[in-house]
Design a binder for this molecule. Structure first.
Ligand code: SAH
Ligand code: SF4
Ligand code: F3S
Length: 444
């Protein structure tokens, strides 16, 4: 066959930073590009369109993105036709698009979180003009349904239930870059889940900054009801959701989790801090006692539920005693896992203007202590798995370990070998060894 340009499909490459919501948003950008005839490139070097979907939750997320964008200057010099696009939470910040354009004039498209669904028209516009396309909408729009998606996380599928956030925790940039909370219609969510299960997806993860307030802006919808509706869909699948907010996490939801054989028995319930004074300064709207009460209620209905969390150290004015309150809470709850962060000052948030910013060395010491404690809890919990057989949904093949991997209903990761490709299958694995948080086992 003679090679001609007609046989050449244009290629895209997307780098995503930040949370699951951003990962899913990248699946939408990929879907739009696929619908335009593009296919996935193996690397940036052979891509015609390179997209960075950015995050600004902490300073290091921004630094990494800027570093990687800057590194493309040479590539753009060598291949002038390549289109570089930067979007997401980082570019959505006030005045950031202009700053980015000045710093990296070779970037072709700058867009925000509110016009991602318009990526096709942004790209078409850029292909027709020399100058960069910079379009960041100030405010959120109505929810856009039906954006094509090229999913990348089989057997799991992400499903948005809310966009934006109304909580304004004082440290957090999300409400400023994602706009006010909007809920998708229950029917749209349920239909999407039905199609996904028909297509063969085995796990659905519902996404929202605070899934518990789902439906507050709709006449007749709430989160427990949504869980019940999705649980009724026929098929063998698991249901997960994130993130819960302790102030809105309630008994109705606990009952819905307990009565569904589809909902995984693991709940991500970010506590952030263990001292009431700090929780108040964070505007979290619950006390340490409220949090412990909810954990107790959850364990009353579901004694073996696994609870994971997010914790921050070094919030302005945090004293050693405040930090020990966090340590004490972690010891009491015995989380199944914790994402730990050092507070990062975000411009435009109330906490960035607070007196008493904490020295980084102090924060580093605190986070090390916290991680050590959580690791010891994880080791203890992993040991209790030894000799047990657990049901794992096989998610992937780990090239480095040369093993398949997947999680049980509690979210615990297990590795095992198998002669057949079992990705997307529920398999039984007998746990024979533990390595910190993850488990090793033999396929039964
Ligand atoms: N909506 C979710 C998560 C949002 S971001 C929730 O409310 O839990 C994920 C985590 O990043 C947060 O739970 C918090 O622990 C952390 N985070 C948010 N802003 C931060 C900041 N300025 N510095 C450090 N960590 C931050
Ligand atoms: Fe940020 Fe708080 Fe909203 Fe979570 S609930 S996204 S931490 S403001
Ligand atoms: Fe997610 Fe980062 Fe934005 S955590 S919502 S991508 S700021």
């Amino acid at each position: 066959m003679i090679f001609s340009m007609e046989n050449y499909t244009k290629k895209y490459f997307i780098t995503t930073y930040g949370c699951q919501m951003n990962l899913h948003e990248s699946e939408k950008i990929a879907g739009i590009l696929t619908s335009m005839g593009y296919s996935l490139a193996k690397s940036e070097d052979c891509a015609d369109v390179i997209v960075f979907n950015t995050c600004c939750i902490r300073e290091n997320a921004e630094d990494r993105a800027e570093g990687n964008i800057g590194a493309l200057k040479q590539l753009k010099k060598a291949r002038k036709d390549v289109i570089i696009a930067v979007g997401g939470c980082m570019t959505q910040q006030n005045g950031f698009a202009e700053k980015l354009h000045k710093k990296f004039p070779f970037v072709d498209i700058i867009f925000g979180t509110h016009n991602l669904e318009n990526f096709k028209s942004l790209l078409t516009k850029k292909l027709a003009q020399k100058k960069s396309v910079i379009e960041v909408l100030e405010k959120e729009t109505e929810i856009v349904e039906g954006t094509p998606k090229t999913r990348t996380s089989y057997p799991n599928a992400w499903v948005n239930i809310t966009y934006g956030c109304n909580n304004f925790c004082t440290y957090c940039i999300v409400p400023y870059v994602r706009g006010r909370e909007r809920s998708r219609k229950m029917q749209d969510i349920v239909s999407e889940c039905e199609s996904l299960i028909k297509e063969g997806y085995k796990e659905i993860t519902l996404l929202g900054q605070n899934v518990n307030s789902y439906g507050n802006d709709l006449p007749d919808a709430n989160f427990p009801t949504l869980i019940e509706r999705i649980s009724k869909i026929n098929g063998n699948f698991r249901l997960r959701f994130m993130t819960n907010h302790p102030k809105d996490f309630n008994e109705d939801l606990i009952k819905a989790i307990a009565s569904s054989d589809k909902v995984c028995k693991s709940v991500h319930l970010p506590v952030q801090a263990g001292a009431n004074r700090i929780l108040k300064l964070m505007n979290r709207k619950y006390t340490r006692e409220d949090y412990l009460e909810k954990v107790k209620l959850l364990r009353k209905y579901l004694p073996d539920i696994s609870i994971t969390t997010d914790i921050m150290v070094g919030f302005p004015t945090e004293t050693d005693n405040d930090f020990y309150d966090t340590i004490d809470l972690v010891k009491q709850v015995e989380f199944a896992g914790a994402f730990t962060f050092i507070y990062s000052k975000r411009e435009g948030t109330p906490a960035s203007k607070m007196d008493g910013q904490i020295d980084e060395n102090v924060s580093k010491k605190r986070i090390t202590q916290l991680i050590d404690l959580q690791n010891s809890i994880n080791r203890k919990q992993s040991e209790s798995y030894l000799g047990k057989t657990v049901e794992i949904l096989c998610e992937d093949f780990d090239e480095k370990k040369n093993m398949y991997m997947g999680r049980d209903t509690y979210g615990r990761m297990a590795y095992f070998t198998s002669e057949n490709n079992v990705i997307g299958q529920f398999v039984n694995v007998k746990i024979t060894k533990t390595g910190g948080i993850s488990l090793l086992g033999i396929l039964q």
